[in-house]
Design a protein around this ligand. Structure first.
Ligand SMILES: CCCCCCCCCC/C=C/CC(=O)SCCNC(=O)CCNC(=O)[C@H](O)C(C)(C)COP(=O)(O)OP(=O)(O)OC[C@H]1O[C@@H](n2cnc3c(N)ncnc32)[C@H](O)[C@@H]1OP(=O)(O)O
Length: 391
């Protein structure tokens, strides 16, 4: 019976909404964002030899330390005499990296050099100081100013629901932001919502397409979440209003989450016949404990901003009336901090669990691929769409 209902639902979806869905090519993050290879490392070493501007002693020490760690592992030489100032400073910098894995040191070295190259490139170009809006996005507004790249979800009349095009554009925007000369990257929403999560019309497809679309959807989801796991710079969510579904679960992959007191946090996965994504099946229990995570992820309890803050998902809550002013003042001050130190500190905090997060992301995406083909999921989507049709 359920199977028949499912087939009817899928047929109804196709007839009820005449949608010409296109399947865009999948995007992949650059190699640098995914982890530096030996080749990337060697080319960064060569790039350093060509650098025209002296990056200063502090940076040179970091480069030295990461080079040694990447090539030889933890510091293995005797401590130089106290009066041998230069060698002692070098030894201290290397020794301070402790047991940092070689791969992480290699990645940090590549990131440091890439930061230096892009800042020296940018100093040779004349760029207007004014807000630089970047063209080419249909569902986002991307701007760069005062060391901050802002990616704004821009479908306010649809509560910034995420279409497949939008997932792709966010990945492109993140890739661009990871390479630009900004210090901090911000994601926010235009209008009253931060985002209402996955656009449920992504499911408006013919029954014979479902299996293939679910397969592609899982790849899209995995790549999308992967971009957040790997994002190399400080990433800030400015949660201007309610957040639903994946726009909530992804927050644990941000470094700061600022929320308006008007924001709510809702993950109605079970109601939709679906399961958690964006690594939340692991990150939420570790953040707030399994009992509180279950309340959100299994039973779909909607949290206020204050509750989300108490559970560690939100960094700080601001009154809505002063939200934008207070948050942007704070971020502008942060964006003046030394760029490379911020990046390296972020990576030191995040690198420990990166590999695990990728594995969890792959598994969650695989499970959702099956869920999307279930009658439970299709019935829930149909309920939403038929409510829409009746309005
Ligand atoms: C084979 C499948 C391939 C899928 C590939 C996807 C790959 C990635 C998947 C990642 C998975 C993520 C899981 C989730 O995010 S689950 C959460 C999904 N979101 C929801 O369930 C929210 C649904 N929306 C609502 O409940 C309500 O709209 C609202 C957000 C509570 C707001 O209610 P309100 O009454 O204030 O406003 P309206 O409902 O009138 O909304 C205004 C218009 O916006 C449209 N809208 C809003 N949100 C969505 C949405 N998520 N999907 C589609 N459309 C949305 C709403 O329909 C109105 O449009 P209209 O004016 O045209 O009627």
């Amino acid at each position: 019976m359920a199977g028949v209902t499912g087939r009817l639902v899928r047929g109804w979806c196709l007839r009820a909404v005449r949608s010409s869905l296109q399947v865009p090519a999948q995007l992949h993050m650059s190699k640098t964002a995914m982890g530096a290879s030996q080749k990337d490392f060697e080319s960064a070493v060569n790039q350093m030899k060509l650098l025209k501007k002296d990056p200063g002693n502090e940076v040179k020490l970091k480069l030295y330390a990461h080079y040694k760690q990447a090539t030889e592992g933890p510091c293995n030489t005797p401590k130089p005499a106290v009066f041998d100032l230069i060698n002692k400073a070098k030894w201290d910098a290397w020794n301070a990296l402790g047991n940092l894995p070689k791969e992480t040191a290699r990645q940090n070295y590549v990131d440091l050099v890439s930061g230096l190259s892009s800042s020296s490139d940018s100093s040779s170009q004349v760029k207007p100081e004014a807000d630089r809006k970047q063209a080419g996005y249909e569902t986002l507004v991307m701007t760069s100013e005062d060391g901050i790249t802002k990616i704004m979800l821009n479908r306010p009349t649809k509560m910034n629901a995420l279409t497949t095009q939008m997932y792709q554009e966010i990945m492109l925007a993140l890739e661009a932001a990871s390479k630009d000369d900004s210090t901090i990257t911000v994601l926010t929403g235009n209008g009253s919502y931060f985002s209402s999560g996955n656009d449920l019309t992504n499911f408006v497809i013919s029954p014979d397409e479902l299996e293939e679309r679910a397969r592609r959807g899982a790849i899209l989801l995995r790549d999308f979440v992967g971009c957040f796991i790997d994002f190399p710079k400080p990433l800030v969510a400015v949660v201007n209003g309610p957040a639903v579904g994946i726009s909530v679960t992804i927050l644990r992959l941000f470094d700061l989450v600022y929320a308006s007191d008007r924001a709510t946090f809702h993950t109605p996965f079970s109601h939709l016949g679906q399961t958690p994504e964006a690594c939340s099946s692991y990150t939420f229990p570790s953040l707030m404990g399994p009992a509180k995570a279950a309340e959100m992820l299994i039973f779909g309890k909607k949290l206020t901003a204050a509750e989300a803050c108490a559970r560690g998902l939100v960094t700080e809550v601001f009154p809505d009336s002063t939200f934008q002013k207070e948050v942007w003042t704070r971020l502008k001050a942060y964006s003046k901090l030394p760029r490379n130190a911020l990046r390296i500190s972020k990576q030191m905090i995040r690198n420990h669990e990166k590999e695990k997060l990728h594995a969890i992301n792959a598994e969650e995406s695989r499970i959702l691929q099956e869920r999307w083909q279930s009658d439970e999921c299709m019935n829930a989507i149909m309920n939403f769409l038929s409510r829409k049709a009746k309005l």
